[in-house]
Design a protein around this ligand. Structure first.
Ligand SMILES: CC(C)(COP(=O)(O)OP(=O)(O)OC[C@H]1O[C@@H](n2cnc3c(N)ncnc32)[C@H](O)[C@@H]1OP(=O)(O)O)[C@@H](O)C(=O)NCCC(=O)NCCS
Length: 334
């Protein structure tokens, strides 16, 4: 007769206990971008909402930024690094194929009891990480999970490319997820449309450097209009479903924190969702640019710090990007 084995047992609910962000020190204005590409401050502001972005210095590596953001999130959560059962890092700009950035960051934080791994879900990475973290806490594979979104997109930006040079920024955002007596992270609505695999990507993959050492360094490229249309129209039913599955309506929201891709995408979503005027909307893109996996936690941190969104309030998050992939959920703000 076969033996019966134990199932893991976790907490009934999970929630975000604390967040933290790191914004690198170099402020890059639109005027500086326009010294290289043929564009204007007015064009960049009106087409994207970006006024300036932060670019990391050589010392502000993805590891350094991750540790700074994680330290703030752990302190805000009142959780020690040794209590972490897992460290998940979402990034597309850790430029070493292996080992993972998370293993290094976990070690430097002193998260001696944590599993650690990276995920690649581009600008939807933070929402993917949150979904995994809540499943871990509720499923019993970790009591506390640290989710980090970190990018140095300036490393993969062609400063001469008129279609991307003005968009991207660098930074890190982190959240500690742990057990809760009440629901704190709603059901995730996520997916991937690989038929649009080519919409955002690298100009060429790393293997070309093996055969053509003079090929230069790859950079991000994007079909701006294709991504714009997809995000503005296809993400609305995803956001609606996340609200529906959390059992609330747009009227119940205390904040809307979409991925900071472009203010015009955000505006289109607000309109299609019929978001009431009393719901504050994240506009961190103005000072931060598009930081991919870091954008949602950075925007969340700013809204909480500036008193724009209330601690304990309910926020709709939605991330979308290269893949094309997406993830949305409703959360209770820490
Ligand atoms: C990138 C983006 C801002 C470009 O805006 P757009 O309105 O689609 O721009 P287009 O490429 O259609 O070009 C429109 C006009 O602006 C011009 N233009 C393009 N880039 C320019 C620039 N950097 N500066 C000034 N003018 C520019 C074009 O030459 C074109 O001029 P024309 O009408 O005289 O021919 C927009 O497509 C976008 O934000 N897409 C989504 C990108 C995104 O969010 N990516 C991240 C997802 S995670």
């Amino acid at each position: 007769m076969s033996k019966t084995i134990q199932s893991p047992a976790g907490a009934e609910h999970a929630r975000i206990l604390g967040t933290g962000g790191y914004r690198p020190s170099r402020v890059i204005t639109n005027e500086q971008i326009c010294q290289v590409i043929d564009s204007t401050d007015e064009w960049i502001r009106s087409r994207t909402g970006i006024e300036e972005r932060r670019w990391a210095t050589a010392e502000e590596t993805v590891g350094v930024m991750s540790i700074a953001a994680a330290g703030k999130a752990l302190a805000a959560a009142g959780v020690e690094a040794e209590q972490l059962g897992c460290v998940i890092i979402s990034t597309v700009t850790h430029l070493s194929q292996t080992p993972s950035l998370a293993a290094d960051v976990a070690n430097q934080l002193g998260a001696v009891n944590a599993a650690a791994f990276d995920i690649s879900a581009a600008c939807a990475g933070f929402c993917h990480g949150l979904a995994l973290a809540q499943d871990m806490v509720r499923g019993g594979s970790a009591e506390y999970v640290l989710v980090i979104g970190v990018e140095r997109l300036s490393d993969l930006t062609d400063m001469n490319d008129r279609s991307t040079a003005f968009i991207f920024g660098d930074g890190a955002g982190a959240a500690v997820v742990g057990p809760s007596q009440t629901p704190g992270i709603g059901p995730v609505v996520w997916g991937a449309d690989g038929s649009q695999y080519d919409a955002i990507g690298q100009t060429f993959d790393w293997s070309r450097l093996r055969d053509e050492p003079d090929a230069g360094f790859p950079a991000l490229r994007m079909s701006g209009q294709q991504v714009f249309r997809w995000a503005s129209y296809q993400m609305v039913p995803v956001a609606k479903k996340a609200l529906e599955r959390a059992g609330i309506t747009a009227d119940d929201l205390d904040a809307f924190i979409p991925h900071q891709a472009n203010n015009r995408i955000t505006d289109a979503m607000i309109k299609a969702l019929k978001l009431p005027a009393h719901v504050p909307v994240a506009r961190d893109i103005a000072k931060t640019g598009n930081t991919s996996a870091a954008s949602i936690p950075l925007a969340m941190e700013r809204m909480l710090e500036e008193g724009e969104a209330p601690h304990g309030g309910v926020a709709l998050l939605i991330g979308f990007g290269a893949g094309l992939v997406y993830a949305a959920q409703v959360v209770v703000l820490p």
